[in-house]
Design a protein around this ligand. Structure first.
Ligand SMILES: Nc1nc2c(ncn2[C@@H]2O[C@H](COP(=O)(O)OP(=O)(O)OP(=O)(O)O)[C@@H](O)[C@H]2O)c(=O)[nH]1
Ligand SMILES: [Mg+2]
Ligand SMILES: [Zn+2]
Length: 304
């Protein structure tokens, strides 16, 4: 039998098969991916399994993956697969509570593009938006080939646009704790009802209401994966010289830089820096780039 992993809980896996959920474990000796991920099986994996006499599923093998969305915190640690076989990653942020942070979105965009997974940006809590904030976001991403949806899980505003974007696809919601990932989820699948809690006042970063990656599949085949909030997103496996190529808005300019490759940092006659001065590239976006560039150097230094 062939099913899909929709939930991982310790050493137990929930396999979706013909509309029913089968509690399963891994066969002792199972062949996994060559690359050494910290988790052998993840939500979104297609698996072959059988059911033993006790009704427990035994996962025998994992089908080849189309892609994996991973995170890695330190240079030495192994990568965790958050989910795999995705059609889309949805980077979720909120206008406030927790406060908007586009640098975080930029990191998700790079991480997704690195795995060749399309990204959609969702800015939630539209009901809390102040004047001109949506324009700020638009101008920040001017020149970047990306879709941005403003919505409110609370009022339902903009949710239909998101529904259209996720129809019949498999999408992963990712973002800080408290931005409203589960709330968006509940809006779209009111029959499932994920747990939602108030953002804790003290940290403003929430308290991780969702603790497990979990996928839900609707009758029309639309699949949505909710994840626990993440605090940071390291970019340890990207080369400094490679970083600029992930910035659509820098690409054309880079060809006019005097140095090639140019890191658009201290080099003279850098076209990217010129466009920043002319306000064609948003200054904050450029700072986000530098921030990543320096974090890459830091990681490399720590390695030795
Ligand atoms: N004002 C407003 N509040 C919202 C909106 N969406 C969600 N919230 C609130 O934000 C808080 C956090 O929502 P959750 O859906 O639990 O956030 P989450 O991203 O799933 O958080 P974790 O599971 O911890 O990662 C709750 O108090 C929600 O009621 C919205 O559109 N507007
Ligand atoms: Mg949640
Ligand atoms: Zn340059």
């Amino acid at each position: 039998m062939t099913g899909i992993i929709i939930k991982v809980f310790g050493r137990f896996y929930t396999v979706l098969y013909n509309g029913s959920e089968i509690n399963s474990v891994l066969r002792g000796k199972i062949k996994t991916d060559k690359i050494n991920y910290s988790n052998p099986v993840a939500v979104g994996d297609t698996v072959d399994f059988l059911i033993n006499n006790d009704g427990l599923g035994i996962i025998e093998s994992i089908k080849e993956r189309k892609n994996t969305f991973t995170r890695k915190d330190g240079v030495r640690s192994r990568e965790d697969i958050i989910a795999c076989n995705l059609d889309q990653v949805i980077a979720v942020q909120s206008f406030r509570n927790p406060k908007l942070n586009l640098r975080f979105v930029d990191r998700i965009i790079i991480r997704s593009r690195r795995s060749k997974i399309p990204v959609l940006v969702c800015i939630n809590k539209l009901d809390l938006m102040k004047k001109n904030e949506s324009q700020y976001i638009r101008s920040y991403y001017k020149g970047v080939n990306i879709d941005i949806i403003f919505l409110s899980a609370l009022t339902g505003d903009g949710v239909d646009r998101l529904k259209k974007k996720i129809a019949k696809n498999r999408s992963l919601l990712i973002g800080y704790s408290g931005v409203g990932k589960s709330s968006i989820f509940n809006r779209i699948y009111p029959e499932v009802e994920f747990r939602v809690d108030d953002v804790s006042e003290s940290s403003g970063k929430g308290r991780h209401t969702t603790t497990n990656v979990q996928m839900v599949r609707a009758d029309d085949g639309t699949e949505l994966i909710d994840t626990p909030g993440v605090r940071e997103f390291g970019l340890v496996d990207i080369d400094k010289s490679e970083l600029g190529s992930y910035f659509d808005d820098f690409k054309a300019a880079s060809e006019k830089c005097r140095f090639r490759p140019c890191l658009h940092d201290h080099e003279p006659d850098c076209e990217v820096k010129r466009l920043v001065e002319k306000k064609i590239i948003h200054e904050e976006r450029y700072i986000s780039y530098l921030n990543m560039l320096y974090s890459i150097s830091d990681n490399r230094n720590r390695q030795y």
